[in-house]
Design a protein around this ligand. Structure first.
Ligand code: ADP
Ligand code: MG
Length: 426
């Protein structure tokens, strides 16, 4: 995809925007872009540089994303809203065309990586509470103050926040920015393999040090195996590539499959409450390590119908009134409000799933279900808003002393976290 209209090839040490930003190493990529760790020589801070593919349709998508990110930044001067901050934007011309670039604050690993590296066992509930609070604050800001629907909320799109700033305290973090292109790499030419390898190793070490020291792990050395106790886990909502203003909806089919709300499957229109549905699916996944709904197609039924069936098995039968209101309702439901092709459902309530499948104790299961199930109401209007959810008693931190098991958990989690950064730069 490094061709006309495609990605822009970047080398370590490449300058951007008249030399203000210097590429350090690759952080990740999406369908539309590559994302680089860069050093901002103006603010002496590390930033994330998102470089869009150059073709017209990608440029258009990036312009929309910049519009949304600008609105988000304008309403958030104190940076208290748990959403990613846009720092700058510019155009960059390369051999594959002109690329729109976004400069974003540099954040840590995604919640998906956190879940993976905790070996899909689920995080300690107090940590889930902290993460949920941040996400809900982000959603409340987007929904109530800006009128924006995220439409693609999932663990991949929530990143951990670091409060230790390596650029303010470079000595402590041991991170030295790479400030210029190495010799033998003029104007993006080819760097010798040896130099490139050396630079990559250096950048990798530097990023690993950030991971070791940042707040997602309380800045503690991982080998000490400390518990998560007393460490504020904070996170921010990112990836506004699909976000829209509620009164200017662009797509009918939104959200990633597993986090998709029933009204979207049924083609019944949507609003802010689709994000609340995804949020609940994500909270379940954080607490259990497993996806709440992982539908598959089978003989004689589609992925959509299986998805609807699974929802009803966990949450009870969909009220007929809700089931028959969508433009696609007739594909799945008969006139009685029963699924056409999946006739026998195995009903299983949420708190039983938590106890029997996920080893929750009875009271944890009851309390968590009390928080989650209103968010998973089939009727979108009945779901609590982010503002209302923030008031729920489940979010209050319980039992400040972590159990031995929780301490053990964090030991593993932290070790996982150090590995993370080594995997990122493929
Ligand atoms: P796309 O819209 O192309 O999917 P994303 O915004 O999701 O791009 O970014 C792609 C990946 O880059 C993310 O999954 C993440 O790993 C990394 N990334 C994006 N933004 C940041 C950031 N601000 N800080 C650190 N890593 C980031
Ligand atoms: Mg993405």
């Amino acid at each position: 995809a490094y061709r006309k209209g495609g990605y822009h090839a970047v080398r370590i040490g490449d300058p951007f925007n008249g030399g203000r930003y210097i590429a350090q190493r690759k952080l990740g990529w999406g369908n539309f872009s590559t994302v680089w760790l860069a050093y901002d020589t103006k603010s002496s801070k590390f930033v994330a540089l998102k470089i869009q593919k150059s073709a017209a349709e990608f440029a258009e998508a990036a312009l929309h994303e910049i519009q949304v990110l600008s609105a988000i930044a304008n309403g958030n001067p104190s940076d208290s809203k748990c959403v990613i901050r846009l720092i700058d934007q510019f155009k960059h011309s390369g051999p594959n065309g002109q690329h729109l670039c976004m400069v974003l604050e540099f954040l840590g690993d995604s919640l998906l990586r956190l879940i993976k590296h905790n070996r899909y066992k689920g995080l300690p509930l107090n940590k889930v509470r902290e993460l949920c609070k941040s996400i809900l604050m982000g959603l409340d800001y987007l929904h109530r103050e800006l009128g924006i629907i995220h439409t693609d909320l999932k663990p991949e799109n929530v990143l951990l926040v670091s409060t230790i700033d390596p650029s303010k305290d470079p000595e402590k973090s041991g991170l030295t920015p790479i400030l210029e292109r190495p010799e033998g790499n003029p104007n993006g030419g080819v760097v010798s393999n040896a130099i490139e390898k050396k630079l990559k190793r250096r950048a990798r070490k530097a990023v690993a040090k950030i991971a070791l020291r940042r707040d997602s792990m309380g800045g503690i050395k991982v080998r000490e195996k400390k518990s998560l106790d007393g460490i504020d886990l904070r996170c921010k909502v990112v990836d506004f590539g699909n976000a829209c203003w509620a009164d200017q909806q662009l797509a009918e089919e939104i959200q990633t499959r597993e986090y998709r709300a029933p009204e979207v499957i049924l083609g019944a229109g949507y609003s802010f409450s689709v994000d609340m549905w995804s949020f609940a699916c994500m909270a379940f996944e954080l607490a259990t390590g497993e996806m709440m709904f992982a539908p598959k197609c089978g003989q004689g039924f589609s992925e959509d119908e299986d998805h609807l069936a699974r929802m009803m098995e966990f949450l009870g039968k969909m009220p007929r009134k809700v089931a028959i209101t969508g433009s696609r309702s007739k594909e799945y439901f008969d006139r009685h409000g029963d699924l056409k092709r999946i006739r026998r459902l195995k009903f299983w309530s949420l708190d039983r799933v938590l106890v029997e499948k996920c080893n929750f104790n009875e009271s944890d299961a009851r309390e968590f279900t009390d928080f989650l199930s209103p968010l998973l109401d089939f009727a979108p209007d009945k779901r609590p808003t982010a503002e209302q959810s923030l008031q729920h008693p489940w979010l209050e931190i319980k039992s400040p002393n972590p159990s031995e098991e929780e301490k053990e958990d964090f030991g593993k989690l932290a070790v996982g976290m150090t590995n993370l950064q080594f995997e990122v730069g493929r």
